[in-house]
Write a protein that binds this ligand. Structure first.
Ligand SMILES: NC(=O)c1ccc[n+]([C@@H]2O[C@H](COP(=O)([O-])OP(=O)(O)OC[C@H]3O[C@@H](n4cnc5c(N)ncnc54)[C@H](OP(=O)(O)O)[C@@H]3O)[C@@H](O)[C@H]2O)c1
Length: 182
């Protein structure tokens, strides 16, 4: 059955990028490409992906070489962005639910990857359409930046292992943060 997952690297204090959308803190980290939650193993099970406009533009600006994804990719934007040559890009906006249905159908039984950012991932969770977070947690703090997950949610820790400098943590999404009396 298709699962929808948010797989990302994050700082220890919960940021996907700094205030200028830089990932300088990420690329200096030691990582085992064959270790836990490795990208190659992860992407083999992915049949469709989506991302917000900032992430799309970041990839266009920083990726050397061709568009890196073979899967169909939905880009959420309010603007009239151009599809990149060599990519199967579909633009979307608004409610994530109908887009998720298209993604799940296109995935052909494989999983769906919400690449980011943290607002979009949380929108999928809020719609009850995100099952898992796979987090590569880097040993660095930024103090401010683009948030990992933009809504209050309860998660259930499934597994933690080490990959190089990273804590590779898998969480199930439980649901919107339950309020307590305190
Ligand atoms: N650490 C990592 O591994 C990792 C992973 C992913 C991303 N990143 C980085 O983290 C940062 C994330 O940036 P971000 O928080 O701004 O998130 P983002 O989701 O990449 O982009 C947010 C933008 O997407 C558009 N958008 C989102 N939801 C939409 C909806 N439902 N309908 C229409 N448009 C929608 C809006 O753009 P417009 O209104 O302008 O169209 C919004 O301003 C980026 O720098 C990215 O490169 C890092």
């Amino acid at each position: 059955m298709t699962s929808t997952v948010f797989y990302t690297a994050t700082t220890l204090d919960g940021y996907l990028a700094d205030d200028n959308d830089s990932l300088h803190w990420l690329f200096k980290q030691e990582q085992d490409d064959n270790g836990a939650l490795s990208y190659d193993e992860f992407i083999a099970d992915i049949g469709a992906i989506c991302m917000g406009a900032t992430t799309y533009e970041w990839v266009l600006e920083h990726n050397d070489g061709p568009w890196p994804y073979t899967q169909p990719c939905w880009v959420f934007t309010h603007r009239d962005l151009k599809p990149v040559d060599g990519g199967d890009i579909r633009f979307a906006q608004g409610d994530v639910a109908p887009v998720h249905a298209e993604m799940a159908a296109a995935a052909g039984g494989k999983d769906v990857w919400v690449v980011g950012g943290g607002g979009l991932a949380a929108d999928f969770a809020q719609a009850g359409l995100l099952q898992r977070l796979l987090l590569m947690i880097a040993p660095v703090t930024l103090g401010s930046g683009r948030p990992l997950f933009a809504r209050p949610f309860d998660l259930r820790l499934v597994e933690v292992v080490r990959n190089g400098a990273f804590m590779a943590a898998t969480y199930d999404v439980v649901g919107p943060l339950a309020q307590s009396e305190a």
